[in-house]
Design a protein around this ligand. Structure first.
Ligand code: NDP
Ligand code: 2IT
Length: 449
């Protein structure tokens, strides 16, 4: 196994996030490989860690001063054993091949857990939407889609949003696809309601993460009622995590962006959350403005020089990291445990470093890895695809019920897979094993392709 991991590192240099994601999954599935010697013979590890296709392209666009700008676009089509490639697009200056490959790799197992027929992929660009005008974002999206359109399609590869890609960007991307292909199809998910979107898709990732937390607490006869919760991020996932927490009687007390975080001891209630949504989604402001509106809250500027993030040092019961990868390191994890946190649910993808994951697993807290806990987003994307195929849309309650059923099923699947391999209550092992086995069996059925 270590030899194989060394080879992955050697063959994919400068992709440390990809190495991290591969290492975690492969460590979890070791007992599966031992039980199934045939996997080795079929070179399953070699195949599952090699993307089916990687597309890298130039994205030239004109800024508002008529200057030519150039960004790099990516789409990694990782695995199509279970269905067409499915996964989001991320627009963020930190995007490089290693980030997109780690996200695509995670997506394969996450999509497998959803119970829906979706393979895994991910894409994006190092384009930074921050500070750009709507017209600049539109011209960028149009140029991005001018190339991407030849690689995707409603039966081939169906992108959606992720960091920096929300309703506005999906609109511009969809418009350009439709113009170039002369086709109105469900080629993207996360569309607006009026033109093919699904109810509950914007809410789905955050709601799903909270449903997963409730499922985990239920195994200990407990609920979210009255629980103090640390939430990071203030984008799509963080907002709807907060919304569902409030609805279920919990008390979220923090939110953040890359500039800093706010701590509101009184709790972020529905009215304050409405302010945050307006601030972040319409005015595209910064989270520090929260304390201008609610002066009893405290804002702390991010300090990259610190070895731990003060957000994770507050006393609480639950933590919902909903910003980005590796935002909880080993020291942060220790602070969480020291301060009474016993539920950690990952709204973001891979927000905990390997050291943090090991601590959570060792201490046997209720720890849900992203590929299980945040699968509600892509699951409702799958429901959006189903509705598009039927050319009808389900009511809000129906989609929400299906989302709850899917999160319930993922939770049960994780527990059962962990128990089958003697690792009761270990959701990391459960999610990786269950996600992996389904994909591998499909790959074996389909031959060496
Ligand atoms: P958004 O763009 O809506 O929000 C991202 C939030 O995280 C912002 O508050 C942003 O702050 C903060 N953030 C982003 N990058 C960094 C960074 N490098 N350091 C600190 N803060 C950062 O994205 P989403 O809410 O959609 O995504 C959040 C996480 O959830 C990501 O890990 C994503 O992969 C994951 N996810 C998203 C799903 C979805 O359906 N949208 C589904 C499943 C997982 P700032 O504004 O300063 O950049
Ligand atoms: O990480 C993720 O699962 C997403 N960004 C959502 C992907 C999707 O296709 O809805």
């Amino acid at each position: 196994m270590e030899e194989f991991l060394d080879k992955v590192v050697q063959q994919n240099p400068n992709e440390k996030e990809f190495h991290q994601a591969v290492r975690e999954v492969l460590h979890s599935v070791r007992p599966v490989l031992e039980r199934n010697p045939g996997y080795r013979q079929q070179a399953i590890l070699e195949r599952i860690t090699e993307p089916e296709r990687v597309i890298i392209f130039r994205v030239p666009w004109l800024d508002d001063d008529d200057r030519v700008r150039v960004n790099r676009g990516f789409r990694v089509e990782m695995n199509s054993a279970l269905g067409p490639y499915k996964g989001g697009l991320r627009f963020h200056p930190s995007v490089h091949l290693g980030i997109i490959k780690f996200l695509a790799f995670e997506q394969v197992f996450k999509n497998s857990l959803t119970t829906l027929a979706m393979g895994g992929g991910k894409g994006g660009s190092d384009f930074n939407p921050k500070g750009k005008s709507d017209n600049e974002v539109m011209r960028f999206c149009q140029s991005f889609m001018a190339e991407l359109q030849r690689h995707i399609g409603p039966h081939t590869d169906i992108p959606a949003g992720d960091i920096g890609v929300g309703a506005r960007e999906i609109g511009f991307l969809f418009g350009m696809y439709k113009k170039l292909r002369n086709e109105f199809t469900g080629v993207l998910t996360g569309k607006s309601l009026a033109w093919g979107g699904s109810l509950i898709r914007p809410e789905a990732t955050g709601y799903g993460a909270v449903y997963f937390a409730a499922e985990m607490l239920d195994t200990r006869g407990d609920t979210l009622e009255g629980k103090t919760c640390l939430v990071s991020g203030s984008g799509n996932v963080a907002q709807f995590t907060c919304e569902k927490l409030i609805e279920l009687g919990a008390r979220p007390v923090t939110l953040s962006d890359s500039s800093g975080y706010i701590f509101d001891e009184a709790g972020i209630d529905a009215e304050k959350l409405a302010f945050v949504k307006e601030l972040k989604n319409i005015r595209r402001g910064r989270i520090r403005e929260y304390v201008d509106q609610y002066p009893s809250a405290v804002y702390t500027e991010a300090d990259p020089g610190l070895d731990a993030n003060p957000l994770w040092r507050h006393k609480a019961h639950c933590a919902f990291p909903c910003a980005t990868e590796n935002e909880i390191n080993g020291l942060d994890a220790q602070h969480l445990l020291d301060n009474g946190v016993f539920v950690v649910v990952e709204g973001a993808n891979m927000p905990s470093t390997p050291e943090a994951v090991d601590l959570f697993v060792d201490k046997k807290i209720l720890y849900a890895p992203g590929k299980a806990a945040n699968a509600g987003g892509v699951a409702v994307s799958g429901l959006e695809m189903a509705q598009n195929s039927m050319r009808l849309s389900w009511p809000r309650q129906e989609v929400d019920q299906r989302l709850q059923q899917i999160m319930h099923s993922i939770h049960r699947t994780c527990r059962e897979a962990a128990a089958e391999y003697g690792m009761e209550g270990n959701y990391v092992a459960g999610a990786n094993i269950a996600g992996f086995v389904k994909v591998v069996n499909a790959m074996l059925d389909q031959g060496v392709v």
